[in-house]
Design a protein around this ligand. Structure first.
Ligand code: FAD
Length: 174
C-alpha cells in the first residue's frame, strides 16, 4: 500500500509556515473527484470528516499535523520546562548530555530555516548547563532573540520561573 506523503515532504512544508499561510496556499485544491475544495474542507477530508475532531475556531480539526507556530509553542513549552526541572547540581555527564540535546535538537528541528538559525545561535552562545537557573536564563535569551526576529514582544526573563515552573505570583495558575 502506498504511504501518504508527510506534510514535511510536501512542496509547501506545513511546519515552515503558519496555519493562515498554509490555508491560503491550499485554498483552491482539487479533491480526488476533481472538485475544488477549500483548505479547511481538505483538512477534514482525510477520513471523510467522520471522526469529529473539529474542535477549534473555523471548524479546523484539532488532530492535524503541526504548523510552524503550533510546533514552536509546543517545542518552547518542552524545552523551557526541561530547563526549569534540570538538576540543581548536574553531574558532568548530565551537563554533557544537555549540551548534546540542544545541538541535536537544533539539527533536527523540523523547520529548515528555524533549524539553520538555531544552529548559528548555539555557536554564538552555547547552552549554559551549570544549573537550572543558568539554563533557564540562557534559554530565555535565546527565545527572546527569536522573538525580536519575528517582531514579537521581549519576555521579561526575571519571570521565567513563574511562567515555566512555579506559576504566576498572583495565584492565577493555582
Ligand atoms: C527553537 C525555536 C526556533 C524557532 N525559530 C523560528 C524562526 O526562525 N522563524 C519563525 O517564524 N518561527 C520560529 N520559531 C517559532 C516561534 O518562536 C513561535 O513559537 C511561533 O511564532 C508561535 O509564537 P507565539 O507568539 O505563540 O509564542 P511562542 O514564541 O511560541 O512562546 C510561547 C510562550 O512562551 C512564553 N515566552 C515568550 N518568550 C519567552 C522567553 N524569552 N522566555 C521564556 N518564555 C517565553 C510566552 O508565555 C509565550 O506565550 C521557533 C521556535 C523554536 C522552538
Amino acid at each position: 500500500m502506498n504511504r501518504r506523503p508527510s506534510p514535511l515532504e510536501n512542496e509547501q512544508c506545513r511546519s515552515c509556515s503558519s496555519f493562515s499561510d498554509y490555508i491560503k496556499s491550499t485554498r483552491k485544491k482539487k479533491d480526488e473527484n476533481g472538485n475544488t475544495v477549500t483548505g479547511s474542507q481538505s483538512a477534514v477530508a482525510g477520513d471523510g470528516g467522520t471522526t469529529g475532531h473539529q474542535g477549534d475556531s473555523g471548524g479546523r480539526r484539532t488532530d492535524c499535523p503541526l504548523d510552524k507556530d503550533e510546533l514552536g509553542r509546543s517545542a518552547w513549552g518542552l524545552i523551557h520546562t526541561m530547563a526549569a526541572t534540570y538538576p540543581q547540581t548536574p553531574s558532568q555527564t548530565q551537563k554533557c548530555e544537555m549540551r548534546t540535546f540542544f545541538n541535536v535538537f537544533a539539527k533536527f528541528y523540523p523547520c529548515p530555516h528555524c533549524s539553520e538559525d538555531l544552529q548559528e545561535e548555539l555557536k554564538i552562545e552555547p547552552p549554559k548547563v551549570e544549573n537550572p537557573e543558568q539554563l533557564s536564563q540562557w534559554l530565555c535569551r535565546l527565545h527572546n532573540k527569536v522573538n525580536v526576529k519575528l517582531g514579537k514582544e521581549i519576555f521579561d526573563c526575571s519571570k521565567v520561573n513563574e511562567r515555566w515552573r512555579d506559576g504566576w505570583k498572583d495565584g492565577s495558575c493555582d
